[in-house]
Design a protein around this ligand. Structure first.
Ligand code: RB5
Length: 142
C-alpha cells in the first residue's frame, strides 16, 4: 500500500514521530519539513490531489487541530478525509465511510494514539452494504 503523509507546522512533530514509528510502511513525506509556519490548505490539497489521482492509496494529514487540513482535503473531488481522535473513529472512518485520508491534530492526540489510529486506519476494510449507498451519496456531492 502506497501512503502519503503531510502536515503543517502544527503537525510537523507528530508527522516525524509517525514516520519513525511506522518506518516499515511505504510512506512518502510531502512536507512540511520544519516547525516554520506554513499554510495548511497548501499541504492538505497537495496530498489530496495525489491520492485522488491514484498515486497513493491512502493519505495521512496532520495540522494543529486536524480541522483545517481535513477541510482542505475534502475540497478535492474523490477525497473522503476523516478527522479522527481515537481508535473508534479511525475504525469507523474505514468501516462506514471508506475514508481514503485520515486527519488528526498534532496538538490533540499523543504519539501512541496517532500510531494506533493510523495502524487501524490502514488495516480496516470498508464494510460496503448499506454504507456503500451512503458513500455513493457523498460522491454525488463532489
Ligand atoms: C496553525 O496554528 C493552526 O491553525 C493549524 O495547524 C490548524 O490547527 C488549523 O486548523
Amino acid at each position: 500500500m502506497k501512503i502519503a503523509i503531510a502536515a503543517d507546522h502544527g503537525g510537523y512533530e507528530l508527522k516525524e514521530a509517525l514516520k519513525r514509528r511506522l518506518a516499515a510502511l511505504n510512506i512518502t513525506d510531502l512536507g512540511t519539513n520544519s516547525n516554520e509556519s506554513v499554510d495548511y490548505p497548501d499541504y492538505g490539497a497537495a496530498l489530496a490531489r495525489r491520492v485522488a489521482a491514484g498515486e497513493f492509496d491512502r493519505g495521512i494529514l496532520i495540522c494543529g487541530s486536524g480541522i483545517g487540513i481535513s477541510i482542505a482535503a475534502n475540497k478535492v473531488k474523490g477525497i473522503r478525509a476523516a478527522l479522527c481522535h481515537n481508535a473508534y473513529t479511525a475504525e469507523m472512518a474505514r468501516r462506514h465511510n471508506d475514508a481514503n485520508v485520515i486527519a488528526m491534530g498534532g496538538r490533540v492526540v499523543d504519539e501512541a494514539t496517532a500510531v494506533q489510529m493510523t495502524e487501524i486506519f490502514l488495516a480496516t476494510e470498508f464494510e460496503g452494504g448499506r454504507h456503500q449507498r451512503r458513500v455513493d451519496k457523498l460522491s454525488a456531492l463532489d
